[in-house]
Design a protein around this ligand. Structure first.
Ligand code: NAD
Length: 231
């Protein structure tokens, strides 16, 4: 079975109603990321950070997968598919994808503020300040903040090295180390990019650019890959 590796960013969830960063002037739902998505922000104002992720969790739980998430799940009928997502929502899993790596964590889980390896499911949308891990430390959202290590980057790079086909959907490729993953894909491997604003990676060989919204471009490409009929 051929191996397809798909790297997704905030753009794939935009049509499910979850806003991206770069389309909103570098703000995330109106917030400066330095104030809500860094270890310093957590030190200075843990309540604000907790509230911010509670709102993101509430929105993500209310959102539904769109045609792009569902189409990627269908690819598993004929391919060995790995989805590497930068998103903290769980829309790929809810659409039926079974092999999803969350580079930046997932909003439906909490983690210990002492040991990031201790993670727990969250019931509902609210993580309360009094919620503690088994070590007695404050629970925070299981997300990777700017300035923190990205433990999944090495397994993700290994997946990219093994890809027979690579698809990038809805990412500005402005956030590292995720943006560097495309460099691990063999230069002979076809690399599809689906984004209304294609990021500038012309140095990469074998690019096929599809300047469409995810809900249009992804199902069309998946149809082509499953039936062999060109888009
Ligand atoms: P980004 O905001 O930097 O870039 C979004 C990209 O999506 C842009 O290139 C834009 O042109 C494209 N886009 C917009 N609408 C689209 C559509 N309908 N179809 C396809 N593409 C579309 O996103 P990023 O590169 O993922 O980096 C942002 C970081 O912010 C990520 O690391 C992620 O953790 C976090 N984030 C996550 C979510 C989420 O979980 N849904 C939402 C916002 C931000």
């Amino acid at each position: 079975m051929k191996k397809i590796v798909v790297l997704t960013g905030a753009g794939i969830s935009a049509e499910s109603g979850l806003k991206t960063f770069r389309d909103s002037d570098g703000l995330w739902e109106g917030y400066d990321v330095q104030k809500v998505a860094t270890p310093e922000a957590w030190q200075q104002n843990p309540q604000l950070v907790q509230d911010f992720y509670n709102m993101r969790r509430r929105d993500a739980l209310a959102a539904k997968p769109n045609a792009a998430h569902y189409a990627l799940a269908e690819l598993e009928q004929q391919y060995n598919v790995t989805i590497i997502t930068q998103n903290i929502d769980d829309l790929h899993e809810r659409a039926g994808s079974t092999n999803v790596m969350h580079l930046h964590g997932v909003i439906t889980r909490s983690q210990s503020s002492l040991n990031p390896a201790l993670t727990y499911p969250i019931e509902g949308w609210e993580l309360k300040m009094e919620a503690m891990c088994e070590l007695g430390s404050q629970l925070r959202a299981h997300v990777v903040w700017f300035g923190e290590d990205v433990p999944m980057i090495i397994p993700a790079a290994r997946e990219c090295q093994q890809a027979d086909l690579f698809i990038l959907v809805g990412s500005s490729l402005a956030v590292y180390p995720a943006a560097g993953l495309v460099n691990y894909v063999h230069y002979n491997v076809p690399k599809y990019i689906i984004d209304p604003k294609i990021p500038d990676i012309n140095r990469i060989k074998n690019l096929i650019k599809i300047a469409d919204k995810a809900s249009v471009g992804v199902p069309a490409l998946v149809r082509q890959l499953l039936t062999g009929v060109p888009r």
